[in-house]
Design a protein around this ligand. Structure first.
Ligand SMILES: O=C(O)CCC(=O)C(=O)O
Length: 350
């Protein structure tokens, strides 16, 4: 079957014929099996995230994703389709003494990575959390923290990296491929942080960008002989500093909210997922356990989302014009609202 598929799976209009995803359901059957409850949607509205109470993957799907991700992370045998990826970092934490595998665009290279983005168990809840609107694929991500020295993922809001698109109607689905624990770097959320914005609704600045600014300023001062660079740089933070967002970006009020409701672990089991708001602050500590901690992430936006800049929004994807509605081959509809009576389902408020 796989031989009949195009090399670039983004050319497929929907799920592939490889057998990873079952035929899509519709109507009552779809809602009964996969809709979030009113209580789950309320929790998402209140906290900015919700973890699923049932697995979103079958055991066979979980195994297929693990197998394909293990192959993709093998740097000694690069995957034959790496040219199709939007980004590939065998170690995004280079220089920190730790390792973080991170890539975007793998939905184009293997049926499991492609078809997972279209699963009813993920796309119907995504529709509910995007206020019942049709759901489009934005991009995907994979994170692997290897055994022993898996790196942190710094606290961030996803939309701090995505404000080249809007208006904001974006959602992330984090799918654990291994049980997540304190020891292996479980994903954590700061509950309520999806209300933290700047300048009338903009996302928080990226902590890493703040650190780069701080370093550039320190260098300028040192060059002008006005300061000791060592001293000024002592407080600078880098991509792997877990305190950077808290120290360099948050206001006193946000820090008080953080203290009142500290980060909580989603405690995901393998095959389960957490859905989070594009402004919900999240991050994860390193993996010191004896096994890898693998996760697949799907990023969606509501139909009608536009480009806010000129050019290519993702490497390898054709350029767009500002104001253009995003769609087509690289941002397909993964869930259409004519498949279910959305007005009968609980939906999120923002
Ligand atoms: O794997 C991690 O800990 C980070 C994942 C992440 O940033 C996300 O799911 O949006």
């Amino acid at each position: 079957m796989e031989n009949d598929l195009p090399r670039d799976l983004s050319e497929l209009p929907g799920i592939s014929s490889a057998g990873f995803a079952p035929a899509p359901l519709s109507g009552m059957e779809l809602s009964t099996q996969h809709a979030l409850t009113a209580e789950e949607v309320e929790r998402y509205d209140r906290d900015g995230y919700v973890a699923t109470s049932r697995p979103v993957l079958t055991p066979a799907q979980l195994e297929a994703l693990r197998h394909d991700l293990d192959a993709l992370t093998d740097q000694r045998n690069p995957h034959p389709k790496v040219d199709l990826l939007n980004e590939l970092h065998y170690n995004e934490a280079e220089g920190s003494g730790q390792v973080l595998f991170h890539c975007l665009g793998h939905w184009r290279i293997a049926p499991s990575f492609h078809d997972v983005a279209f699963l009813d168990s993920i796309c119907l809840p995504a529709c509910q959390l995007l206020q019942g609107r049709p759901v489009r694929f934005w991009h995907d991500q994979a994170f692997v923290k290897p055994a022993g020295d898996g790196a942190v993922v710094q606290w961030h809001q996803d939309y701090s990296y995505w404000d080249r698109t809007g208006p904001r109607a974006h959602l992330t689905v984090h799918i654990a491929l291994d049980d997540q624990t304190d020891e292996n770097g479980a994903l954590h959320y700061v509950p309520g942080s999806h209300r933290w914005t700047r300048d009338g609704g903009r996302p928080l600045p990226q902590a890493a960008a703040k650190a780069r600014e701080k370093m550039a300023r320190a260098r300028d001062l040192a060059r002008a002989g006005q300061a000791d660079a060592e001293e000024t740089l002592a407080g600078a933070s880098f991509d792997t500093d877990m305190d950077a967002l808290y120290n360099d970006v948050l206001t006193d009020d946000e820090r008080s909210q953080w203290a009142a409701r500290p980060p909580e672990s989603a405690r995901l089991k393998a095959g389960y997922a957490a859905f989070h708001h594009a402004l919900c602050v999240h991050g994860s500590w390193g993996n010191t356990s004896g096994a890898p901690r693998r996760a697949i992430v799907l990023n969606y936006f509501a139909h009608g989302t536009r480009a806010y800049m000129e050019g290519s929004l993702l490497k390898g994807v054709p350029a767009v014009r500002p104001g253009e509605v995003l769609g087509g081959q690289f941002h397909p509809v993964v869930f259409n609202t004519n498949r279910v009576n959305v007005s009968a389902l609980p939906v999120a408020s923002s």
